[in-house]
Design a protein around this ligand. Structure first.
Ligand code: ATP
Ligand code: MG
Length: 425
């Protein structure tokens, strides 16, 4: 046998239960996003490398070490998108959409980051992203929190999700804060782990995100970003928190919540799950990025967005055991004897003509009858239709109802009525 070739590390195939959950997720996403009048936008997976370099920030994890970049045949540097916001903003500018009255978009697709693969962290992963352009008041920040919260409710996971929220103010505010933070951390350098020491001068804000317990303890005494934030941003943030309270959504103010990408300002938030280990418990993350459109060559327009990691959501749903079994096949047709195959195919086509939504399976394999019945049961089929020479002679079909274990003969028109009866709901 030839040596088999496997997929790339950190890039996975999805099938069976994962795909069933995936479909359910997509259905709920579309329902909720439609409910808030978001429109889908389809974007390329490849973009020019420079667009990410310009937007994401030189000293972020993504730019420093996570991008899949390569040169094409003409020597242009291209990158498999590590996130969706940048491409979405590029598309809005390029297609002159910025002056539309309603600018609410969503997209779903694969993202690529060269990370160390582990549970909940892959090199190809999927995100549902949503972006809203042109609105500067916190009404839209609130709406995004309400939208994501509604999604958790529809998926039946709202009790396992919690919201963390912070305001990171303006770039200018953060510059002042950075000085104070670095000076504090320098004085306490001995408490920092290797990674935090490395980040001290390149990207000290990432230290706030550290999972190291010593660093986390030290941060309890560190200066807080909130004390450096301009009055207007602070006022808006307080209003936002009050409104979230009014809608009865519980949240935790996390003064150290800093998003990994450079382009954010003011509101940032993460929805985490208490059912998942902290290394990968953030399911949804988002925030405001009022300067990015201008940075990428568009006019000055505020913006806000979020992204949900699909694989992490699937991990959560599986861990909660709230998946319902999906019928892989609805009607299982078995013919006995090669000469009856044509009758099975004809019948399956006639059923499909009338019931386009049903999953009809004709078993062409040479398994034994009992194995075929076993397969029908495993596939959660409701009925098996058996076609042998006897049945053809009598112009009827033998029907087995798998749940009730009843067996009976039906003429074709009776069978069609029976199918309607069984699958009406
Ligand atoms: P983390 O801190 O976990 O690395 P991040 O800040 O890099 O996350 P974002 O860029 O905000 O993540 O992406 C939004 C969401 O996409 C995350 O909250 C997560 O659910 C998902 N995500 C990000 N990176 C990965 C990955 N490598 N594998 C699987 N899901 C991911
Ligand atoms: Mg990351």
């Amino acid at each position: 046998m030839n040596k088999k070739i496997n997929s790339i590390r950190g890039m996975h195939d999805y099938f069976d239960e994962d795909v069933d959950i995936w479909h359910r997720l997509e259905k709920s996403f579309k329902q909720v996003l439609n409910n808030y009048s978001y429109e889908e936008i389809k974007l390329p997976i490849l973009e020019k490398t420079e667009i990410f370099q310009r937007a994401i920030g030189d000293v972020t994890d993504i730019i420093e070490k996570e991008m899949y970049s390569f040169t094409d045949r003409k020597g242009n540097s291209l990158t498999l998108r590590p996130e969706g916001t940048v491409g979405c903003v590029r598309a809005i500018i390029q297609n002159n959409l910025l002056n539309k009255k309603k600018l609410k978009f969503w997209y779903l697709g694969p993202m690529f980051r060269y990370e160390r693969p582990q549970k909940g962290r892959y090199r190809q992963f999927y995100q549902l992203g949503a972006e809203v352009f042109g609105l500067s008041t916190i009404d839209i920040d609130l709406e995004i929190i309400l939208l994501t919260h509604r999604l958790w409710k529809i998926l039946g996971i709202n009790f396992y999700m919690f919201l963390e929220i912070n305001s990171i103010g303006s770039k200018l505010d953060r510059l002042e804060y950075q000085k104070q933070l670095v000076s504090f951390l320098e004085k306490n350098k001995s408490f920092l782990d290797k990674q935090s020491k490395e980040r001290l001068y390149s990207n000290p804000f990432r230290i706030l995100d550290s999972k190291n317990l010593n660093v986390q303890n030290l941060l309890k005494q560190a200066p807080l970003l909130i004390n450096f934030i301009n009055k207007e941003s602070l006022g808006q943030f307080n209003n936002l928190c009050n409104m979230i309270d009014l809608y009865g959504i519980k949240y935790k103010y996390n003064p150290n919540l800093i998003r990994g990408l450079d382009y954010y300002n003011d509101t940032v938030f993460e929805w985490k799950s208490n059912q998942i280990e902290s290394s990968h418990n953030t399911i949804c993350a988002g925030g405001r990025y009022n300067a990015l459109i201008q940075e990428l060559g568009g006019e000055k327009k505020p913006a806000i967005g979020f992204a949900i990691g699909i694989e992490r959501l699937i991990l959560l749903i599986k861990s909660l055991n709230i998946t319902s079994k999906v019928e892989k096949i609805n009607i299982y047709i078995i013919f006995i004897g090669e000469e009856n195959k044509i009758h099975a195919i004809n019948l399956s086509e006639e059923i499909r003509d009338i019931y386009s939504e049903l999953k009809i399976f004709v078993s062409f394999s040479n398994l034994s009858l009992s194995k075929k019945i076993k397969h029908a049961i495993e596939s959660l089929s409701r009925i098996v239709i058996l076609i042998g020479s006897n049945e053809i002679k009598k112009q009827c079909y033998l029907i087995k109802e798998l749940e009730t274990k009843k067996e009976f003969y039906l003429l074709k028109n009776e069978l069609m009525l029976k199918i309607s009866d069984i699958f009406r709901n």
